[in-house]
Design a protein around this ligand. Sequence first.
Ligand SMILES: *Cc1c(COP(=O)(O)O)cnc(C)c1O
Length: 355
Amino acid sequence: MNSYPKIIVNLNKIKHNTQILAQICNANNIDLVAVTKVFCGNPEIAKAVVEGGAKMLADSRLKNLIKLKDIDIPKIYLRLPMMCEIDEVVKYADISFNSEITIIEKLSECAVSQNKIHDIVLMVDMGDLREGLWPTDIFDTVEKTLKLSGIRIVGIGTNLGCYGGVLHTEDNLEKLCSISRSIREKFDIDFQIISGGNSGIIYLLLDSKVPKEINNIRVGGVIVHGYNMTEGKPIENMYHDVFTLEAQIIELKKKPSIPIGKIGLDAFGNKPFFENKGVRNRAIISIGKQDIYPDRIIPTDKDVLIIGASSDHLILDVTDSKTEYKVGDVVSFYLKYPAILQSFTSEYVLKEFLK
Ligand SMILES: *Cc1c(COP(=O)(O)O)cnc(C)c1O
């Protein structure tokens, strides 16, 4: 029997999106690293993006990389490693991103004891103020790292647009390239990777404005939703409906649009606001804030309105729909990035794959 709620993934569409992006990357001499965190490192989806032409896989959670261990492709650990997981980082990641010398020293220790060479990319903060070495501190870290056994610096990278919302620009990326040139000259080392950014770099890439030395990008969002988010535009030839969410109606009743009684705070401590539209046809579906961000999903029936949610219930106004909904009917939604992330994280949402 069919079970709900569920998220349905079209594997062909995600493979297709990856192919389109990989072609654009290839034309610009850039290696595409597919980021798997938005779908919690699901191996079936990861296989589809590898078939689509991703050169490496990357994730911010080690647990997700472990799920991917049987896929034979280089893997990057994106989030800075925790001191308590260094042994597993060396074991499950071919490359890790780093900014702290004490962590790099521990990586060196574990790599030596596992008889491995562990590759690292040094992260540089180009202004977004999340992770990364401050540009003036990077030389000192390179110098100290070069003295360690078991560790090889294979490149540098930066992450933008996450905490500070700083855009990827020709200017800040050119600065990253210039830092890379100075390090290579000063220490006479070769870099394989100059990793210029995440999905936020796409608007520059589509314009062929990524500085030539950038040879690597790490992308999750664009592959799953097919949007150039910086400019709020869909990307040509990509699918925007790779994922759909389905949930089942558990109550359908005509009720007023304003609650009866003295109004305090809602279940999440917010002061609710109501517009009086009279008596409406309201459907409750069995999914809630534990599983999705209610304002990051879009009903596929454009005449359905999401009017509220608590942990386990989503309330819809279906009055204007052309469909005559009944209890037991299924309502479906397109999902934005945060909703894909959260429904993959929720163990209550079934995952279904279309080939
Ligand atoms: C999440 C993440 C990415 C990928 O971000 P998208 O917006 O999904 O493309 C790239 N790099 C780092 C360091 C990340 O944490």
